[in-house]
Design a protein around this ligand. Structure first.
Ligand code: SAH
Ligand code: SF4
Length: 354
C-alpha cells in the first residue's frame, strides 16, 4: 500500500526543500509547520494566510487522514485510555498518565503519554496483551505524533513526557520512530525535550547498538523481566534470538558510547520473583550502572499470570537495594481500567465479537 506522506509527519527542513523547488518563499515552511504543530489544524484549507494555489499544491502532495478517538476510558485525575481508529480501520491505543512520581527517572509532576508504535506486536511476550493477536503493521511517524496531538486536544492537558511503551516494539520500526521523535522534540514541532522522551524495547540488540551511534538524547529502557536465560526465555521469545549475553553486550556498548539506561522488570508471581532472580538482576544492574523500575504485573484477561503479594514485591526490591542498586517499585495507576498496553484494544475487539 503506497500512501502519501501525512500532515503530522512533515519535517521543517524537508518541507523547506519541497517549497524551494517550487519557488515558494522560504518563510512559508515555518508558517506551515506552525499551523500543523502549534495551531494544530487538520487540513491545508484551514491555513488561511497561505495563497490558495499553495494550499491546493500541498493538498496534492500530503495526505490528511482520519484518525478518530473512538473510545475513552478513565477520568481526568486517573489514567485515561484512548482508543484510536486509523485510516485503514485498524485500532491502536494510547494512555495518558497524570502527574506521578518519577516513573522513568524524569522529574515528577508531569503528564505522561504512552504511545503505540505498531498495530499489534510480532514479539509475542507470553504476558502481554499486545502480542496476543500478532502483528498487523507499523505505524508511520505521523500516526505516532498524532496520538499526542489528538490527546492534548481531547483532554485539554499539556503533555510533557512521552514514553514509547504502548502497543508494538519501537525498535522494530526504527526509521519511523526516529522521525516521530524528531518531530516531537523539534522546537518547530511539539517541542518536548529529549530527556522527557523514553523508548522501551524488549531487547533488540542490533538496534540498541545502532542507537548508541545516534546523536539523539532520548532515554532508553530495556524490558528485562528475567535475569537468567532460563527465566527470560520462558516468557520472552525474543530471548532466543538475542540471549542475555548478546543483549547485555549491546547494552555495555550503548552505556559506554552514550549514557545510562533503565531496566524494566515486571514482577510475575512464581515466575521471575525469586530471591535468586533478584540477586542475578542486581549483578546485571551493577554491571551497567542501571536503575531498575519494578512493575507489578497487570493481569490480562485470558492469561494465567498474576502479580506477587505486596510483601513479596517489597522483598524483591529490598534485595536489589541491599546490593546498592537503585530500584523503584511502581505503584500502578490505571490498573482498574486495563492500563497495560494492548488491553483496551483487545477488550473492544472481543466485545465487538471481532
Ligand atoms: N515492546 C516494547 C514497548 C511496549 S511494552 C517493550 O516490550 O518494551 C511496554 C512495557 O509494558 C514493557 O516493559 C512490557 O513488558 C510491559 N508490559 C506488557 N504487558 C504488561 C502487563 N500485563 N503488565 C505490566 N507490564 C506489561
Ligand atoms: Fe511486544 Fe513489548 Fe508486548 Fe513483548 S511486551 S509482546 S515486545 S509490546
Amino acid at each position: 500500500m503506497s500512501v502519501k506522506p501525512s500532515l503530522t509527519g512533515i519535517i521543517l527542513e524537508e518541507l523547506a526543500d519541497f517549497l524551494e523547488k517550487r519557488g515558494v518563499a522560504p518563510y512559508r515552511a515555518k508558517q506551515i509547520t506552525d499551523w500543523i504543530y502549534k495551531k494544530r489544524v487538520t487540513s491545508f484549507d484551514a491555513m488561511t494566510d497561505l495563497p490558495n494555489e499553495l494550499r491546493s499544491e500541498l493538498a496534492v502532495e500530503f495526505d490528511t487522514p482520519k484518525m478518530e478517538v473512538v473510545r475513552v476510558l478513565g477520568s481526568k485525575d486517573t489514567t485515561q485510555k484512548f482508543l484510536f481508529r486509523l485510516r485503514d480501520q485498524n485500532l491502536i491505543e494510547s494512555v495518558l498518565i497524570p502527574a506521578s512520581p518519577a516513573l522513568y527517572g524524569q522529574p515528577s509532576d508531569r503528564r505522561t503519554i504512552c504511545v503505540s508504535t505498531q498495530v499489534g506486536c510480532a514479539y509475542g511476550c507470553k504476558f502481554c496483551a499486545s502480542g496476543l493477536e500478532g502483528f498487523s503493521r507499523n505505524l508511520d511517524a505521523a500516526e505516532m505524533v498524532r496520538q499526542l496531538i489528538e490527546i492534548e486536544k481531547k483532554s485539554g492537558e499539556k503533555i510533557d513526557n512521552v514514553v514509547f511503551m504502548g502497543m508494538g516494539e519501537p525498535l522494530a520500526n526504527l526509521k519511523n520512530l526516529l522521525r516521530a521523535i524528531r518531530i516531537i522534540n523539534a522546537p518547530w514541532g511539539l517541542g518536548i525535550g529529549a530527556r522527557h522522551i523514553t523508548v522501551s524495547t524488549s531487547g533488540l540488540a542490533p538496534q540498541i547498538r545502532e542507537l548508541a551511534n545516534e546523536s539523539t538524547q532520548f532515554r532508553l529502557a530495556i524490558s528485562l523481566h528475567g535475569a537468567t536465560n532460563e527465566v527470560r526465555g520462558q516468557i520472552m521469545p525474543v530471548n532466543k534470538r538475542y540471549p542475555l549475553k548478546v543483549l547485555l553486550e549491546a547494552c555495555d556498548y550503548y552505556v559506554a558510547k552514550k549514557r545510562r539506561m533503565t531496566f524494566e522488570y515486571i514482577l510475575i508471581a512464581g515466575v521471575n520473583d525469586t530471591d535468586e532472580q533478584a540477586n542475578e538482576l542486581a549483578k546485571i544492574a551493577r554491571r551497567l550502572s542501571a536503575r531498575i523500575n519494578l512493575i507489578p504485573y497487570n493481569t490480562v484477561e485470558g492469561l494465567e499470570w498474576s502479580r506477587p503479594s505486596l510483601p513479596q514485591q517489597k522483598k524483591f526490591q529490598f534485595i536489589l537495594r541491599n546490593h546498592g542498586v537503585i530500584a523503584t517499585l511502581r505503584l500502578e495507576k490505571g490498573n482498574d481500567i486495563a492500563a497495560a498496553c494492548g488491553q483496551l484494544r483487545l477488550q473492544t475487539k472481543r466485545s465487538a465479537g471481532l
